[in-house]
Design a protein around this ligand. Structure first.
Ligand code: CP
Length: 294
């Protein structure tokens, strides 16, 4: 069976640190692996800017041949299944598939494939490459993960970023709390706390977008009251510790989860996260190539 990366449970703690350190090495100028003989397919069935294009840049940096699968012009529109689509790419010598799909655990239907999968996000399930770039960003700033005090704020229930980060951060010895309205609570994750009480204690304040596309019109939402109750306002920013950082996987809804003027504030690493994503995705692809003897 191929060695995939579809959830953080696919990685041991040592493998997580190995990917973080390799991402940092690449950022500091190390030469990436070069494999001009391999084809990789990118299949994005859900909108994406960062994940899709930073995987694509990472693939080019590794000299891979990139197939950007076009969902709108593909035979998916003639009723072909995801499995048959992926099997087709496997049969025409594609060696790795990077897939984002709106269905949670879509990869369970792809177990018979003999080609490694890297998930770019599965609905509200997990987002492992985002999680690894988040960890790389924290490690780069603090030199450690263990002992960090992290608060994750927003639509926890519908967030694959919250799920991936909670699982691995707690495994690596960080403390994770959540801030969210009642409607966004996920009881399977950690405890929910008061934003104004915790803000002055955290090392990392991770903000999340409200995932309207996953609400089926069931959530009544008012931008201004959300911003006042759960957004990073100027008042809350002033309460952060000196060394604290702000993170957000983006896309950002300015003025909702974070005040417009704070997106590029001194403590914000939001755009640096995007840069780190390109490096950690190179590290992920190198590992997939190595682990699968491609
Ligand atoms: N953070 C993230 O996954 O962004 P995209 O949806 O633009 O890929």
């Amino acid at each position: 069976m191929p060695k995939n990366l579809v959830a953080m449970s696919d990685l041991s703690n040592e493998e997580v640190y190995e990917l973080i350190r390799r991402g940092l090495e690449l950022k500091n100028g190390a030469k990436p692996l070069a494999r001009e003989d391999l084809f990789v397919g990118n299949l994005f069935f859900e909108n994406s800017t960062r994940t899709k294009h930073s995987f694509e840049v990472a693939e080019h940096k590794l000299k891979l041949n990139v197939i950007n699968f076009e969902t709108s012009t593909s035979s998916i529109n003639k009723g072909e299944s995801l499995y048959d689509t992926c099997k087709t790419l496997e049969m025409i010598d594609c060696k790795i598939l990077v897939i984002r799909h709106p269905e949670r655990e879509y990869y369970k239907n792809l177990r018979k494939l003999n080609i490694p999968l890297v998930s770019g996000g599965d609905g509200s399930g997990e987002h492992p490459s985002q999680c690894l770039l988040d960890l790389m960003t924290m490690y780069e700033r603090f030199g450690k993960i263990e002992g960090l005090n992290v608060v994750i704020v927003g639509d926890i229930k519908n967030s694959r970023v919250a799920r991936s980060n909670y699982n691995i951060l707690t495994r690596l010895g960080a403390k994770v709390n959540f801030v969210c309205p009642e409607v966004f609570v996920d009881k399977t994750l950690g405890q929910v706390v008061d934003f104004d009480e915790i803000i002055s204690q955290v090392d990392v304040c991770m903000l999340l977008r409200v995932q309207h596309e996953r609400h089926d019109g069931q959530v009544i939402f008012d931008k201004e009251s959300y911003h006042t109750g759960y957004g990073l306002t100027l008042e809350r920013y002033k309460k952060l510790k000196d060394g604290a950082i702000i993170m957000h996987p983006a896309p950002v809804n300015r003025g909702v989860e974070i005040a417009d003027e704070l997106v590029e504030a001194e403590k914000s690493l939001i755009f640096e996260q995007m840069k780190n994503g390109m490096y950690v995705r190179q590290a992920i692809l190198e590992k997939i190539i190595r682990d699968n003897n491609l």
